[in-house]
Design a protein around this ligand. Structure first.
Ligand SMILES: [Zn+2]
Length: 353
């Protein structure tokens, strides 16, 4: 049976098929073409989000400079073609050994060269595409820095690891700021969605060597059931500040549950009553023995998770607090997707190729 298959293959590899196979080989060296991949191979956001990569499969796509460029162009992470306006013609993709990418865009008319990274997320680095993609993969999988360093073959001496962590969190920040998480509203059956809110102070302790940190106030809310949440750093916890945030992050019709903090008094009067409001009365036990619906256990739980995660990462620079908070929110938002694919889709939206 196996032998038959081989025979069959031999037969099929004759004639036209040989020529096709040859063409396929030639497609591996597309010097002189104006597109990296045919337009039909370019994936839309929904398709990118459904991809579920593992390190091994990813690595095999990034084995050669040209396969790497194809992978990137298919996901709109780099330009698929490049137009030379003065010459009114397309650049062609040429092999170019002097760059780490192995290729560059070249205009036959004016003889100018352009980097294949032009205008992309990757312009800020001299690392190879493969290293950056592997970094992003490992970062999005929440690996420890020493493991990321190993997988992406990064040297330990330079600041590259730290820089790329910051670049990734920048992407999270832009994503969160351009599309803030909005929670609450009304269920399909007409009942109010319940949102628990609370504010919490982060890291206002004395750290090693008696260094005092004033800490950060964070205001947050979480939807019961879905677990959809928002978190935002606030300058203070006055009624004015917190009610501003409630209006920004919580939809009208929501039933809000909070503790008895004075600033939450009057939530039911915001804009003539667009929200209903319940207050947790017993500070001692989170669950009111008379009404088990009035509690803030979900938001307490959220604080625990954020603090655990941030404590592990945070501690080097006070300035990075907001950045780490954004990363946490971003991971929450995309928790139902493969995070690497989610991150790739965010980059391709923020750096239109
Ligand atoms: Zn030109």
């Amino acid at each position: 049976m196996e032998e038959d298959c081989h025979k069959l293959k031999r037969v099929y590899m004759s004639g036209a098929d040989k020529r096709m196979a040859l063409q396929r080989v030639n497609r591996g060296r597309p010097s002189g073409s104006t597109n990296i991949v045919p337009e039909v191979e370019i994936l839309n956001e929904a398709a990118i989000l459904t991809e579920n990569w593992c390190l091994f499969e990813l690595g095999s796509c990034l084995g050669q400079p040209i396969s790497t460029l194809r992978w990137l162009a298919q996901r709109k992470l780099i330009k698929n073609n490049f137009f030379c306006n003065p010459c009114n013609r397309h650049f062609t993709l040429n092999a170019y050994k002097r760059t780490v990418d192995g290729y560059c865009w070249y205009c036959k008319e004016c003889k100018r060269r352009r980097s294949v990274r032009d205008g992309s997320f990757f312009t800020r680095s001299k690392l190879s595409f493969k290293q950056i993609i592997l970094f992003i993969y490992c970062w999005s999988r929440d690996m420890q820095l020493k493991d990321i360093q190993h997988e992406a073959r990064l040297s330990s001496i330079n600041h590259t690891l730290v820089d790329w962590g910051n670049f990734c969190r920048d992407v999270c920040e832009v994503e969160i700021e351009t599309n803030p998480n909005v929670v609450g509203g009304i269920n399909n059956d007409g009942t109010a969605i319940v949102v628990e809110i609370d504010e919490s102070k982060f890291f206002h302790r004395k750290y090693h060597r008696g260094q005092w940190r004033p800490g950060h106030w964070v205001f947050g809310g979480i939807e019961r059931g879905s677990g959809k949440c928002f978190l935002v750093e606030v300058p203070d916890r006055t009624a004015e500040t917190l009610q501003d945030m409630i209006l920004r992050y919580i939809l009208p019709g929501t039933h809000i549950v909070s503790d008895g903090w004075a600033s939450y008094g009057g939530i039911e009067n915001i804009q003539n009553g667009i929200y209903s409001h319940a207050v947790v009365v017993h500070e001692r036990n989170f669950v009111d023995p008379l009404d088990d619906e009035v509690h803030t256990q979900n938001v307490e739980n959220l604080w625990m998770r954020v603090k655990r995660k941030l404590r592990r990462q945070f501690g080097t620079s006070e300035d990075l607090f907001t950045s780490y908070l954004h990363e946490f929110i971003w991971r929450q938002r995309f928790k139902n997707f493969p995070l690497f694919s989610a991150f790739i889709s965010c980059i391709s939206r923020q750096y239109p190729a």
